[in-house]
Design a binder for this molecule. Structure first.
Ligand code: FES
Length: 229
């Protein structure tokens, strides 16, 4: 006998719908006929495009999550909001110094953090946001880069900060500074770039450029992949 699908009640922009349980917020919106052109991307929790807010019947406190990861729950009230247009400094990476003074020069508001930890509690990636903010204040660029490595730039930390700070943009700056100035050079990468520049792969690239899509797909499916251990 076919298994009965459990339906649950949700509300989108105040309108009542019934959807199968187990859907993510994103797929529930689509199940109800909403076509997601903006506010979704990778659908796998990586791109940060689908940050969303919701609350529940008789419980208006706002919750925050990634719509492609969070599954719908009974009496969930959903709405879609545009991305968070948070302040972002303009800079030329080549002209910067990888230290705390530089971060503060571009983002002086960072000093206004009073350690409420709301950013950490909001992060759908469970990152230690407040701690990497304090690392940034101390000028520990490497630690900010490490702690924020899995940031998907969804902007929810900024949306919740009572001081109007933008932790995800501070962390992005620090990751860029770390990658450009502090990360140890990769010997493998340097060797491979030298091989490319010497023309080692020119013939193969030309061959690929001449292939039609179906042949490219076939080759891609058959490519050698390092085993995952
Ligand atoms: S669609 Fe990319 S994180 Fe949700």
């Amino acid at each position: 006998m076919a298994e009965q699908v459990q339906m649950i009640d949700i509300y989108i922009m105040g309108k009542h719908y019934q959807v199968p349980e187990g859907l993510t917020i994103l797929t529930a919106l689509e199940y109800c006929g909403y076509r997601m052109i903006r506010g979704c991307g990778c659908r796998a929790g990586f791109c940060g495009a689908c940050a969303t807010v919701y609350n529940f019947k008789n419980d208006p406190q706002l919750r925050y999550d990634l719509a492609c990861q969070k599954t719908v729950e009974q009496d969930m009230y959903l709405t879609q909001i545009p991305f968070f247009p948070a302040a972002k400094a303009l800079y030329n990476l080549e002209e910067l110094k990888p230290d705390g003074e530089q971060v503060l020069a571009l983002y002086p508001d960072l000093e206004k953090c009073f350690g409420c930890n709301t950013c950490t509690k909001t992060c759908p990636q469970d990152l230690e946001v407040m701690w990497f903010m304090s690392d940034a204040l101390r000028g520990d660029i490497r630690e900010v880069a490490n702690k924020s490595f899995d940031c998907v730039m969804c902007g929810l930390c900024a949306a919740r900060c009572p001081q109007g700070l933008v932790p995800y943009n501070y962390a992005l700056l620090c990751r860029r500074l770390y990658g450009h100035y502090l990360a140890p050079a990769s010997k493998h990468l340097e060797d491979r770039i030298a091989e490319i520049e010497a023309g080692k792969f020119d013939a193969e690239i030309e061959e690929l450029k001449r292939m039609d899509e179906s042949e490219l797909r076939r080759r891609y499916a058959q490519r050698e992949i390092e085993p995952a251990y």
